[in-house]
Design a protein around this ligand. Structure first.
Ligand code: ADP
Ligand code: MG
Length: 374
């Protein structure tokens, strides 16, 4: 791309990935989640290019592309939709955006459950907000980024990923109520334990379609619950007793999905309490329970993730582990004592290689702040 040769950025934005300690698939059921941003990030370098409507965007490792602000529409190239979707939503809110150039660079693995997608959307939205002084609030940036993913990418995601990418605070997780959007930062003090992520390097390509299927199954359960309790508007407000009461009317699959969501919501609140009281054994126990639910009731795990979680159970010094993200691979989060962390990582890499002939990618994460100007 030509503009890159003489590119002089006016603004640089860091847009982080995120982990979610617990609360998987609860966001679109308007429940609770407990995420935080991490140091791995996407960096956006931006400059106005003095044209009225010509935009040029290049992401390292992809081809660049150009578009006109007067003709923003979906692209056949998936990644471009993360950019175009954000533009489309911003243009509904303001006419202050003009031509710009943007270079994107990332050290955030894709499809690994660290939400590179939300980092793309929120970084773009945050950057344009600063560059053109749009006056959008952080909440608006979060919401429009989610709509971009719905409308242009086609994943009917909840609000967690965008919220975590923008609103996180160093050293804390966010206890977010996805119904009211009330939130509270909770200090994440796991010492002497560390959070170690292991990228299984598998993404089973089921992720988008299965995600939308799970969402539909939850809606099916809700519809049946509503025939008896019409005032209930999300699984978040459904209890296990209500599900048992409705069991005859639910398919086994829908019953399982609903049970998982209700239990997972409860686990998020238990986790927040355990963190506040520094009950680290409980933290680990909840992670294992969450993974079991993901694997058996929500059926979004895979043999590779299950293998790592099982491996960790036989290892002294590991508190807990679970697959993170939408499912079918991506990263497995482990909470590991600092004294055994190095040996544990090596043993996992070896065992995983032997079993699947794949190279695990292992890295430590800490809670960091959300999207910001560098
Ligand atoms: P996750 O959010 O777990 O990383 P997704 O499948 O939701 O996985 O999003 C990954 C997609 O986001 C990629 O396939 C790509 O289209 C887009 N994406 C992520 N990072 C970048 C990047 N640095 N440049 C361009 N596109 C990116
Ligand atoms: Mg994503």
């Amino acid at each position: 791309m030509k503009f890159i040769e003489n590119f002089q950025p006016q603004l640089t934005i860091a847009s982080p990935g995120r982990i979610n300690l617990i609360g998987e698939h609860t966001d679109y059921n308007l429940g609770y989640v407990l995420p935080t941003a991490i140091a791995n990030k996407i960096v956006f370098k931006l400059a106005k290019n003095n044209s009225k409507s010509q935009c040029n965007v290049y992401s390292v490792g992809y081809e660049g592309f150009s578009f006109d602000l007067n003709a923003v529409c979906k692209s056949a190239s998936e990644w471009e939709n993360y950019v175009l979707g954000v533009l489309s939503e911003i243009l509904k809110l303001t006419n202050k955006v003009e031509g710009f150039d943007c270079i994107i660079e990332s050290n955030l693995p894709l499809g690994a459950g660290l939400s590179s997608s939300a980092a793309m959307e929120c970084g773009m939205a945050f950057g344009l907000n600063e560059l053109f002084d749009l006056g959008l609030s952080k909440n608006t940036i979060v919401a429009l980024s989610q709509r971009a993913e719905h409308n242009y990418v086609g994943t009917q995601c909840g609000i967690m990923d965008q919220f975590a990418s923008v609103m996180s605070k160093e050293g804390h997780v966010i206890l977010l109520d996805c119904k009211s959007l009330d939130y509270r930062h909770i200090p994440l003090d796991l010492q002497p334990y560390k959070i170690i992520m292991m990228n299984t390097k598998v993404s089973h390509n089921l992720a988008t379609s299965a995600y939308n299927t799970r969402k539909r199954e939850c809606e099916e359960g809700l519809t049946i619950i509503k025939t008896k309790w019409p005032k209930i508007n999300s699984l978040r407000d459904v209890t296990l007793d209500m599900i048992e009461d409705a069991k005859d009317k639910l398919t086994q699959t829908v019953y399982n999905r609903c049970c998982y969501i209700i239990n997972e919501n409860n686990r998020v609140l238990e986790m927040a309490k355990a963190l506040s009281e520094k009950k680290l054994k409980t933290v680990g126990k909840l992670l294992y329970e969450a993974h079991k639910g993901l694997s058996e009731r929500y059926e979004v795990s895979c043999v590779e993730s299950d293998f790592l979680v099982d491996f960790s159970k036989n290892y002294d010094g590991v508190l807990g582990a679970r697959q993170v993200g939408g499912g079918f691979g991506g990263c497995v989060l482990h909470i590991v004592h600092e004294n055994i962390a190095t040996k544990y990582k090596q043993d996992c890499i070896e065992a995983y290689k032997k079993k699947f002939n794949l190279d695990l990618e292992v890295f430590e994460v800490k809670p960091t702040g959300g999207t910001h100007i560098i």
